[in-house]
Write a protein that binds this ligand. Structure first.
Ligand SMILES: Cc1cc2nc3c(=O)[nH]c(=O)nc-3n(C[C@H](O)[C@H](O)[C@H](O)COP(=O)(O)OP(=O)(O)OC[C@H]3O[C@@H](n4cnc5c(N)ncnc54)[C@H](O)[C@@H]3O)c2cc1C
Ligand SMILES: *[C@@H]1O[C@H](CO)[C@@H](O)[C@H](O)[C@H]1NC(C)=O
Ligand SMILES: *[C@@H]1O[C@H](CO)[C@@H](O)[C@H](O)[C@H]1NC(C)=O
Ligand SMILES: *[C@@H]1O[C@H](CO)[C@@H](O)[C@H](O)[C@H]1NC(C)=O
Ligand SMILES: *[C@@H]1O[C@H](CO)[C@@H](O)[C@H](O)[C@H]1NC(C)=O
Ligand SMILES: *[C@@H]1O[C@H](CO)[C@@H](O)[C@H](O)[C@H]1NC(C)=O
Length: 482
């Protein structure tokens, strides 16, 4: 690896010399100011070097995208992407780099698995240590440990991406990236979580209760989704989860600041390949509704593109049309202040704080007590709950679940892909110098996944700019068994 690395460094400085001799710095346009677009801007500056690129980031809505807070009675709560896994390296690095603080994301709370009639399982201990609960062991037996070691092993393999990206390795497709982490991961994309975990020897009970519960709360979907996202979802049930003090969106804001990118408040309508095939023209509507356009050498799409996602970006001038199969899943986030209706849940006076559905046809997927993003705001007495559902909740549904409701906020998201096991082929490269970060979401949608995708796209763009195309690593890896 060291040898490869020094060859890479040598050839990069060589082409650097060639380029400075005859041309200017690349103009880069990034569409989207979420965690994907902002981390791409940051990684690009890191690779090219300050003053060796100019970057514009287009964002028509708010920095952070699906990382956003909602206010309720003067306190702010995470309404989109909320929790971060302790082994999410880039998110951790960013928080340290920008002097942000972590707060506890998986608050201690007693949780229960609810089938629509009764709780099949409830935890009474004061810690949200899914894997330590004796009761869990009682109901799920040895599978409890098996699931933990499955997740640990998966995370070990996933972590390989950090070493590879450090060494400058990049991938043109999501499959190639997963293959480099673990050959098995590519197969996970083509088997449902139900069948895949069964083949790995897990019991029906673990699959239809524990695994389904994490999928409903994390992705609003059932064990029909492919096994890779199923495994990522289960990893979200491990201890040590955290969030960013003040709001996760702050990471995106800080990344943009540090990247020296220019923020353009506008909506990109179309990307046009100009004659010659070397430059792109982006048409966008400014806040004054004026149509303007700018020309770029490199364009990075850092937003979801799918039939049911708005805005719908058009592409023109390309030799062939791009296709973006599949749809995004709707998840409605309802945040309210009130008291859980213990009578409805037949709970007596039991203080349950997290209700996870294990019934895919229920009108809600999860109910959990939440805390303000500002942890100094102590809120022992204020009972604020977050409910995830696929459809907006009706007033009478809410009145079944809660009493003493004081305030309600509703946010409807095109949240993450609607996953299945078919037609998986997702490329980071749409055309020469045109990249798409969110291809990675079809493996699994998470903040860290967008950051990993952003780093990959930054590496691709950088190497491509200096005509340094092939990855020694990729050539040996993909021939073998893809
Ligand atoms: C309810 C919910 C819960 C979640 N929970 C978690 C969690 O606990 N942990 C976790 O890690 N992940 C979670 N996720 C997933 C996570 O939030 C996303 O994977 C991640 O934030 C995606 O970031 P992104 O930058 O790729 O996309 P986005 O955040 O969607 O950013 C894209 C940006 O592009 C902008 N844009 C789009 N089109 C245009 C255009 N034409 N012109 C200009 N701007 C445009 C949008 O306004 C948006 O700001 C959750 C998501 C949701 C919705
Ligand atoms: C990269 O290749 C293109 C076309 O082959 C050429 O025009 C350009 O000068 C090359 N750039 C560098 C840095 O070598
Ligand atoms: C910009 O690029 C040149 C070579 O093209 C390099 O020598 C210089 O170090 C780069 N600047 C920074 C700040 O990295
Ligand atoms: C799941 O929910 C549906 C709709 O509320 C209900 O009809 C069904 O009985 C529930 N299934 C179980 C196993 O409780
Ligand atoms: C880039 O941003 C940093 C931090 O915001 C700032 O200190 C620096 O002067 C900026 N550099 C350029 C070239 O604008
Ligand atoms: C791109 O969008 C602008 C603004 O809507 C429009 O004027 C222009 O014709 C479009 N170009 C193409 C090639 O579709």
């Amino acid at each position: 690896m060291m040898g490869y690395f020094s060859i890479l460094m040598f050839s990069l400085s060589f082409v650097n010399l060639c380029r400075t001799a005859g041309s200017s710095v690349p103009k880069i346009g990034i569409i989207g100011g979420g965690i994907g677009g902002s981390s791409a801007a940051y990684f690009l500056q890191e690779l090219f070097g300050e003053n060796n690129l100019t970057t514009d980031v287009f964002e028509y809505n708010r920095i952070g995208g699906r990382l956003a807070t909602e206010v309720l009675k003067g306190n702010y709560y995470e309404a989109g992407g909320a929790i971060i896994h302790p082994r999410n390296k880039y998110m951790s690095d960013f928080v340290a780099l920008f002097d942000l603080k972590k707060r506890n994301g998986g608050e201690p709370s007693a949780f229960g698995l609810y089938d629509g009639e009764d709780f099949v399982f409830s935890e009474s201990s004061e810690s949200w240590q899914l894997w330590n609960a004796v009761k869990l062991l009682w109901r799920y037996g040895i599978d409890t440990f098996k699931l933990k070691s499955f997740i640990d092993d998966m995370l070990d393999h996933f972590s390989r991406i950090y070493t590879l990206q450090d060494e400058g390795v990049s991938f043109e497709s999501v499959e190639e990236m997963l293959f480099a982490m673990n050959k098995e991961f590519v197969k996970y994309l083509h088997v449902s979580s139900e069948d895949g975990f069964r083949k790995s020897g897990f019991s029906e009970r673990v699959i239809s209760e524990l695994i389904l519960a994490t999928l409903l709360v994390n992705y609003g979907q059932t064990t029909d989704v492919h096994k890779f996202v199923g495994a990522v979802s289960v990893a979200g049930g491990t201890p040590g989860l955290w969030a960013v003090e003040g709001g996760n969106y702050l990471v995106a804001e800080k990344l943009l600041e540090a990247s020296n990118a220019t923020l353009i408040k506008g909506q990109v309508m179309n990307v046009t390949l100009l004659p010659g095939g070397e430059k792109f023209q982006l048409f966008f509507s400014s806040p004054q509704q004026k149509i303007e356009s700018r020309i770029y050498d490199i364009v990075i799409l850092a937003a979801p593109v799918a039939a049911n996602v708005k805005p719908n970006i058009q592409f023109s001038g390309f030799p062939s049309a791009f296709t973006f199969p599949g749809k995004y899943h709707q998840t409605v986030c309802t945040i309210l202040k009130g008291d859980l209706n213990n009578k409805f849940f037949k709970l007596d006076n039991y203080q349950i704080q997290e209700i996870l559905s294990i019934n895919g046809s229920l009108f809600f997927n999860s109910i959990g007590r939440i805390y303000p993003v500002n942890s100094k705001k102590k809120c022992d007495k204020c009972f604020v709950w977050k409910i995830f559902s696929q459809m907006p909740l009706q007033k009478d549904d809410l009145q079944k679940l809660f009493v003493n409701i004081e305030e309600i906020k509703t946010i409807s998201w095109r949240a993450y892909p609607h996953y299945d096991t078919k037609h998986f082929s997702r490329n980071f490269v749409l055309y020469k110098n045109l990249f798409h970060i969110n291809a990675i979401e079809w493996a699994a949608s998470a903040m860290e996944m967008s950051a990993v995708g952003a780093k990959n796209v930054a590496l691709l763009a950088y190497k491509n700019w200096f005509n340094h195309s092939s990855d020694a690593y990729k050539q040996t890896a993909t021939k073998e068994e893809l």
